[in-house]
Write a protein that binds this ligand. Sequence first.
Ligand SMILES: C[S@@+](CC[C@H](N)C(=O)[O-])C[C@H]1O[C@@H](n2cnc3c(N)ncnc32)[C@H](O)[C@@H]1O
Length: 252
Amino acid sequence: MMRFTVLTLFPDAFRFIEEYSVLGRAVRSGLIALETVDIRDYATDRHGTADDYQFGGGPGMVMKPEPVFAAVEATLANIPAEDRSATPVALTSPQGDILNQGTVNEFARAPGVILICGHYAGVDERIREGLITHEVSIGDYVLTGGELAAMVIIDAVSRFVPEVVGSAENVEHDSITSGLLQHPLYTRPADFRGTAVPEVLRSGNHADIERWRRRESLERTLRLRPDLLNTAPLTNSDRVFLASLGWSGTSD
Ligand SMILES: C[S@@+](CC[C@H](N)C(=O)[O-])C[C@H]1O[C@@H](n2cnc3c(N)ncnc32)[C@H](O)[C@@H]1O
């Protein structure tokens, strides 16, 4: 079981994960646990103040360090001692490393993940300096808060928790995870508005189907994401096929 603990000013936002589709089922069946911690509950004053004006002036409030430190420390104290140092404490931030399969795999191997959602102008720098193990961005743009970023991280990591999306085979063949982009997918009808499903997929010949899928996957990756070919696990016959499409062996 994978435990996500999310520190947020807006715990209700995470109802979406608890109730929706694959992740909702995973929560209900105990494959993943999602705990939300309201940062205001750890404020040091009666009013639950979690943000304050910036030293030096400037627009936007800054999230105070005391409640965030106290919330993370209380969360860590509830984790078995042997799991504490292996539990990432990740700040969502546009300044972080952009989320990729490597980080997703690393988090999926951990006993749990603690996610901190910033808001307003961001968080006090001492949170970054003294509390977190990771700073994760979900892309080069700025969100109003870390809640959606945390949900993206939870979704991507949960897919690698055994049984959340069925067998390991379900995720191994996905785009990026396999190292390539996936081949085209088709379902019924066999002919839709004049576009027919490729004949090979209806041939019942599994070797031909596999060969077609591999070639489509290679061709699509070369066309759309040639950078992936630098690290994709390629066989000799993949290389020969790619060379026939004009691939020179390296792509930037
Ligand atoms: C408006 S942003 C603050 C941005 C901050 N002023 C800066 O320039 O770095 C508020 C919060 O949204 C979250 N956030 C914004 N963009 C993000 C991104 N690309 N990836 C992950 N979290 C993001 C972070 O938690 C951040 O603290």
